[in-house]
Design a protein around this ligand. Sequence first.
Ligand SMILES: Cc1cc2nc3c(=O)[nH]c(=O)nc-3n(C[C@H](O)[C@H](O)[C@H](O)COP(=O)(O)OP(=O)(O)OC[C@H]3O[C@@H](n4cnc5c(N)ncnc54)[C@H](O)[C@@H]3O)c2cc1C
Length: 292
Amino acid sequence: MKSPPFDYARAASTEEACELLSQHGDAAKVIAGGQSLVPMLAFRLLRPSWLIDINEIAALKFMGLETDAVRVGACTRQCVVARDDVLAARVPLLRQALAFVGHTQTRNRGTIGGSLVHADPSAELPLVAQILEARLLLRAKSGTRTLPAAAFFAGPMTTNLRADECLEEIHWPVWRERSTGSAFTEISRRHGDFAIAAAAAQIAVDDEGRCTRVAFGVGGASPAPIAFPELARHLIGNTLDRTKARAVAQEALVSLEPQSDTHASAAYRRHLAGVLMTRALQQAYEAAGSVQ
Ligand SMILES: Cc1cc2nc3c(=O)[nH]c(=O)nc-3n(C[C@H](O)[C@H](O)[C@H](O)COP(=O)(O)OP(=O)(O)OC[C@H]3O[C@@H](n4cnc5c(N)ncnc54)[C@H](O)[C@@H]3O)c2cc1C
């Protein structure tokens, strides 16, 4: 099917995009890479009267290295982030997760911000944002505000972005501990499909192999990707083996609300979530131990 008719505006600046959003409100949609929006228009799941194209806004395409964070402009293409070695050294989970996001062709157009705003419960980047506690800078005509990832994601394909706001940039925290390892793992029917379930972990260890910082979470098994900061804190001060990783993953399963759909039953998603969280924790711990 073809999309319903719409008017189109190509914004030259974020301010102009916000001005257009304030004029058209709920009737308008931002278009970035179009990799999710265009199929939704074609299926008539969305019927905006206006599309506001942000692809020409240079100020939304950048990567900035700071001491404790990497700033990424919302319209930066996924392929650009995946290829950047400096960024991969600072926030390795981004490259690890992007390897599972769609295909080369979709990553060439798809943007970091578009994936976060689309907020698919199985999407990889929202999971990374949750576990690293990324911060999202939102701009409206009236001003800016910053939301932590935990407050940004509201449910399946739903965020707390207001109709007149544009996602401007994302701050990805950098862990400065010397011995830090991370892992991203998922199961999907075919490579490039959305995950049935996915898990990610990042762990820092001291010279004796005791965890000094832990973050982990799971996607595809709840209305939005979910991180477990409280359970992660319980691992601090301890070494980690498969039994401990499995025990903490099993505790995490209690708060999940997996759904059944045509791809997998809720029970299978729950099972996968446990297996994948165990695997991600183990792999991240081993990777941390191998960094000297
Ligand atoms: C074949 C195929 C396979 C895919 N597989 C995966 C996968 O495995 N994992 C995965 O995560 N994704 C997958 N995707 C989706 C892909 O990652 C998209 O790139 C991403 O979901 C949306 O990014 P986009 O830049 O294309 O955004 P668009 O499609 O342009 O927009 C998506 C939504 O975000 C809004 N939006 C975009 N940017 C902004 C902004 N700066 N401010 C406010 N609102 C904004 C739009 O209004 C729209 O609602 C796949 C897509 C295809 C076509």
